[in-house]
Every structure is written in C-alpha cells, then in structure tokens.
Design a protein around this ligand. Structure first.
Ligand code: FES
Length: 112
C-alpha cells in the first residue's frame, strides 16, 4: 500500500494518506477541521484547491471537467502523489450553486 504526504498550505497541517483512503476520512481521523457536508461528491463543501500534486476522484460529480484538475473534493479524492492543498479555496461552480440557493430563498420569500 502506497502512502502519500498531504500538506495543507498556510496551516502547518500535514497528514499521511494511503492511496486507498479519502483525504477527508484521514482528516477526520487526525482531527483536522476539514469542512464537509454530503460526503458523496455533490455539495463542494469539502473542496480544496490543488496547489501541487495529483488526486484520483472519479466520483467527484460536483466538479466540472475543467475544475477536476485544479480542485479536490476531499470526501471523494484519494492521493496519487504527495499533495499540497489549500482548504480555503472553492471551485467557480460553487458560486452558481450559491446563486441558485439565493434565488430559491427570494422566491420563497415572495410566496409568503
Ligand atoms: S462533502 Fe459534499 S462534495 Fe464532499
């Protein structure tokens, strides 16, 4: 089993993650405060920008094809090399999801 080092830039946090486990599951085991919600690759809450390295994340359905090279959904992503991740960065499509929610809230308010 191959293990890789995952460093979270700007935090001083570093963990070892095997090629067979997700980055999020290892974060939770190590007490690292990685955000998450759905844990099925859809909500983008667990996203991190890939500063350096590669991940395997075939089930990261919430990311566009263009975003898959630059972002990891840590609930789905397994390391394919040593990694540097920025946990504070989200892909552009999260803005569209937020706008859709806001529009829904406005519609709900108008219906009241
Ligand atoms: S927790 Fe929702 S995409 Fe990872």
């Amino acid at each position: 089993m191959t293990e890789y080092t995952v460093e979270f830039v700007g935090t001083g946090e570093e963990i070892t993650v095997s090629e067979k486990e997700t980055i999020l599951s290892r974060c939770l085991e190590e007490g690292i405060a990685q955000e998450y919600s759905c844990r099925v690759g859809m909500c983008l809450a667990c996203s991190a920008e890939i500063v350096d390295g590669d991940v395997v994340q075939p089930a990261a359905r919430g990311l566009t094809e263009e975003e898959r090279d630059g972002y990891a959904l840590t609930c789905m992503a397994r390391p394919a090399s040593d990694l540097k991740l920025d946990r504070g960065k989200y892909p552009p499509s999260i803005e569209a999801a937020g706008s859709a929610d806001a529009a829904g809230d406005e519609q709900a308010a108008a219906d009241d």
